[in-house]
Design a protein around this ligand. Sequence first.
Ligand SMILES: Nc1ncnc2c1ncn2[C@@H]1O[C@H](COP(=O)(O)OP(=O)(O)OP(=O)(O)O)[C@@H](O)[C@H]1O
Ligand SMILES: [Mg+2]
Length: 376
Amino acid sequence: MVGGGQLARMTHEAGIPLGIRFKLLSDTPQDSAAQVVGDVVVGDYRDLDTLRAFARGCDVITFDHEHVPTEHLRALEADGIPVRPGPDALLYAQDKGEMRAKLSGLGVPCPRHRIVADAADVVAFAAEGSCDGDGFPVILKTVRGGYDGKGVWFVRSAAEAADPFKAGVPVLAEEKVDFVRELAANVVRSPHGQAVAYPVVESQQVDGVCDTVIAPAPELDEALAGEAQELALRIAQELGVVGHLAVELFETRDGRILVNELAMRPHNSGHWTMDGAITSQFANHVRAVLDLPLGDPRPRAPWTVMCNVLGGDYPDMYSAYLHCMARDPQLKIHMYGKDVKPGRKVGHVNTYGDDLDDVLDRARHAAGYLKGTITE
Ligand SMILES: Nc1ncnc2c1ncn2[C@@H]1O[C@H](COP(=O)(O)OP(=O)(O)OP(=O)(O)O)[C@@H](O)[C@H]1O
Ligand SMILES: [Mg+2]
């Protein structure tokens, strides 16, 4: 697996019961996954020679992030190393401009969008979406390299439209969708074309970062949920995705769904599956990458809630375990071994049960207590 973050750490964990040998290419020996994987190569995934040397002897390569240059992936394939997901699919998770063009071509519902070259383009794009007023606000996104809301700008005026162009990366403009909530449809697809769909979840972001995920999405219209699952399965098939695909969605006020973006790897909106589904997203990603039959994606409990644990003011989170574990013996804690910095994702908790309010309350309490914003 290329990339040493928490997704690699948890994918490695899912591979242990299968007895597979897991090798990691990590930026540093301190990265979340590098701390726990036995076979670690430290090196730069942007360097083709490093990638080639790492891949030698591997049966298959997969990823913890989408930032490996597309041309390097093609070179690995040309060397005869299976890359899953492959570059032809991964492109649409790497580049938001390519993704919008491809999905629109497939007739997949997306927000109104356009690649823009400068602030004047943004003003014109905004104006076209409005019958009165200037059409602001709009959303601007760098097409590559964004994560956790970095690379996304909420632009309220022409004056604010200049910043995103400073990086010199192409910029995608999108209408600001007036959504009632964000959903995610997660599916896993294997090379021989088997696919499974997890229940559609609600994903709540705070300051552009995922905070809470509720599985399944409460009070989601059954037909719309089915539509979202079918859409994700269709995207996986049309794009030839292998492994886990997260389709981030907006649910609009008039009961439609629009695609926000795609991720082709295990995803934060699927962390609930570690304790809440019969087969976790990580286990199914491993199975798909190895072209093994996929596991049952169905939930184990009526409700599962995942809350991310963000770093707070206390560098030591372990002292909080005593209280959290004693208070809620059903609580599942997953920490990533990262140094605590304010606002940084350092872990997550999962709770599950029959009563949504209770399950939500327990997850939020534990995440807040671990962070230090709740003290009793
Ligand atoms: N067109 C839009 N209209 C309204 N809100 C949007 C739009 N695009 C993005 N957002 C908000 O900004 C958040 C981050 O956007 P996006 O998912 O494109 O960025 P990212 O940084 O790649 O995300 P991630 O956190 O998944 O890595 C979304 O989850 C959503 O809350
Ligand atoms: Mg996103």
